[in-house]
Design a protein around this ligand. Structure first.
Ligand code: ACM
Length: 500
């Protein structure tokens, strides 16, 4: 980015010329958004002389763009449609914050400072995860979450749709998943897992298939791919409460009211696989994402140790132990996904009994799982809990809303200091690190306002980590840009955490 003298002023005669009709849908949407705050006409491809020219340029890396602003012209060259969307997001950030308001502000100086920007992302996968199981969040909030992240050039929304504490996706073939599995009696108060006090308030909710399609369309317009996560074989108590026959014991099960890792897991039976394949078939019908996330984190093996059926599978398949049984389970699910043209992502525990042949690993406990997977030639998304778990405190717990008790606070500069490619990897191995993701687990987050408080501004730091070249990162520069970003978050009404 190079700052130049002078400003380009938008006015009643400002007109836009687009040379590539393939980019028309992005131009239509983004220019309409500019019209609604500036009140200007901003005609596209009219007969007026155009001072904003938009073209495509296939020599620019994917998602990359060049933006040149001078006092009398704006030129945008975009590699593809996503790139043009990102160029518009950069323009929005260069405009006064009133651009974020959906009403006309005619007394604002709608001008851009002259600048030259040549920009493309370091990583192709730039993600945020939202856990809607521990607490349910409305479609309206999920869309707002996606809209906000897209403004900062995130392009993957990992939707944690199932867990012990609630099943959130409507699947007509298995109605009890949402009739029973989407609801819990109450929720524990506070963050001490050793003592229990319940709030006495039933909690739950789920997304209908129409609602999910609505979210997907909304995300597509913002160049965000939605990756659904269906947890297995652990983190499945809500599903097993609905369908105990797929568990290792007859029950009874209950959708848990306390946090922590639960022991109820799926049985490795043919009936369970048939059910899981039905569920995944429905999920693939709804979600176009190439990646399907199958969880596989934190699976206590006690019930497999005690299960005659599980032990028989271990013997029949010549497996060494329950870790290998988990790998066998995941390989079977991967073969099913691959046969349907999809790819599997799992949390780093899928390394433990041997990786499934084509699996992509989300390295969350630290980065060693990711390093190991990359060395084995597998793709990796880095999401280490000590840097990018946005459910952790972001300052002294005494001054913060209740969060989990494990893990140290993760302030903004820690997120900014996160380097997704560990030095120990060779260049060839490093190419398997396809990106980074921040995770918003919601055991202790029950409202949209609190979710935004935990996510912002930390997501802005991660956005730069995932987008900018390593050498271009500077904490001082980040904090300088943050002032402008914060003014825009204010205009958007985002409940971000104030800076220290
Ligand atoms: C995780 O945080 N259990 C992936």
């Amino acid at each position: 980015m190079r700052s130049l003298p002078g400003r380009f002023r938008f006015g009643p005669s400002t007109a836009i010329h687009l040379t590539d009709p393939g980019l028309e849908p992005v131009v239509a949407r983004e220019v309409q958004r500019l019209r609604s705050s500036t009140g200007l006409e901003l005609p596209v491809n009219s007969n007026d002389p155009a001072d904003i020219v938009i073209s495509s340029d296939a020599s620019i890396p994917p998602e990359g763009y060049r933006l040149a602003v001078s006092p009398d012209a704006v030129q945008i060259q975009a590699a593809d449609a996503a790139a043009l969307f990102y160029a518009f997001q950069s323009i929005r950030q260069l405009l006064p914050p009133e651009v974020e308001q959906e009403r006309v502000n005619s007394d604002v100086d709608w001008s851009l400072s002259a600048v030259e920007i040549a920009d493309h992302p370091r990583f192709s996968y730039r993600g945020l995860m939202l856990d809607v199981s521990r607490h349910f969040f409305s479609v309206e909030f999920v869309k707002r979450f996606i809209d906000l992240m897209s403004r900062y050039k995130f392009n993957r929304f990992h939707w944690h749709l199932t867990d012990d504490h609630g099943w959130r996706i409507e699947l007509p073939a298995y109605p009890r998943l949402t009739e029973v599995g989407a609801w819990r009696r109450e929720t524990m108060i506070g963050n001490n897992l050793k003592t229990y006090g319940g709030d006495g308030i039933p909690h739950g909710g789920f997304y209908t298939q129409d609602e999910i399609r609505d979210v997907l369309n909304y995300a597509t317009e913002r160049f965000v791919t939605v990756i659904p996560e269906i947890e297995m074989p652990g983190h499945s108590t809500a599903a097993l409460t609905a369908y105990p026959e797929y568990g290792c014991h007859p029950g009874p099960y209950e959708v848990p009211v306390s946090w922590g890792i639960k022991k109820d897991i799926y049985s490795p039976s043919d009936a369970t696989f048939s059910y899981l394949e039905d569920v995944l078939t429905e999920v693939m019908r709804l979600f176009p994402s190439e990646y399907i996330h199958i969880g596989a984190d934190e699976v206590p093996k006690d019930q497999w140790q005690a299960s005659r059926l599980a032990q028989d599978v271990i013997q029949r398949e010549g497996l060494a132990d329950e870790d290998e049984l988990q790998s066998w389970f995941i390989r079977r699910v991967e073969a099913f996904l691959n046969a349907n043209g999809r790819r599997l992502i799992g949390w780093d525990e899928i390394l433990e009994g041997g990786l499934a042949p084509n699996a992509t690993v989300m390295s969350w406990r630290d980065m060693t799982g990711g390093v190991e997977a990359a060395r084995q030639g597998h793709d990796v998304i880095m999401t280490p809990k000590d840097y990018v778990y946005f459910d952790y405190y972001q300052g002294d717990p005494a001054g913060e809303p209740v969060a989990g008790r494990f893990g140290h606070p993760i302030p903004l500069d820690t997120v900014y200091g996160f380097e997704p490619i560990p030095d120990e990897l060779t260049e060839r191995e490093a190419r398997h690190i396809i990106g980074a993701q921040g995770n918003v687990w919601t055991e202790f987050i029950s409202t949209p306002e609190h979710a935004e408080y935990m996510t912002y501004p930390r997501a802005l730091a991660l956005s730069e980590v995932a987008w900018s070249p390593r050498a271009a990162r500077s904490l001082e520069g980040f904090f300088r840009r943050l002032n402008t970003n914060i003014a825009h978050l204010d205009a958007l009404g985002v409940n971000y955490r104030a800076l220290d």
